[in-house]
Design a protein around this ligand. Structure first.
Ligand SMILES: [Zn+2]
Ligand SMILES: [Zn+2]
Length: 137
């Protein structure tokens, strides 16, 4: 998938491009919303050990290329992103997609003004029921 964008962002953020990191990111881009255990099981077949998967997930998350979120049942899942994004999660089927448009700049300004905090960023996960699940209900 978006390998050119990924490569550019990895170098932009000082993250060394290793085949393992790229494999982890690609696995989550192809099948978003996996737990780290599911991801490790999936990548075992490619000869990537569990400890390597955990380290790659942490490095990619620190670089803002993976987002971690609490799924409707509470377990932590991951989605691959290319830069700032919000996540939209279906509470019925658990599907997740990213929303690249962020409308929260004015909100951050207001929070900064009313609290005197110096704001460094935010994460947002939006929950709902996807169109396919609405039809099935
Ligand atoms: Zn759904
Ligand atoms: Zn945002």
């Amino acid at each position: 998938m978006e390998d050119a964008g990924l490569e550019r962002l990895m170098s932009l953020r000082g993250l060394r491009r290793t085949p393992q990191r790229v494999a982890v990111w690609n696995a989550l881009a192809e099948s978003p919303g996996q737990t780290i255990r599911e991801l490790a099981a999936r990548l075992q077949g490619s000869g990537i050990g569990q400890a390597t998967v955990y380290r790659a997930v942490r490095a990619l998350e620190d670089a803002g290329l993976l987002l971690r979120y609490a799924a409707p049942r509470g377990e932590l899942r991951y989605a691959a992103v290319l830069g700032h994004a919000h996540l939209l999660v279906c509470e019925e089927c658990g599907s997740v997609r990213s929303l690249e448009q962020c409308g929260l700049a004015a909100y951050e300004d207001e929070v900064a003004r009313t609290t005197d905090y110096r704001i460094s960023g935010h994460t947002l996960v939006v929950y709902g029921v996807c169109p396919a699940c609405q039809e099935a209900l």
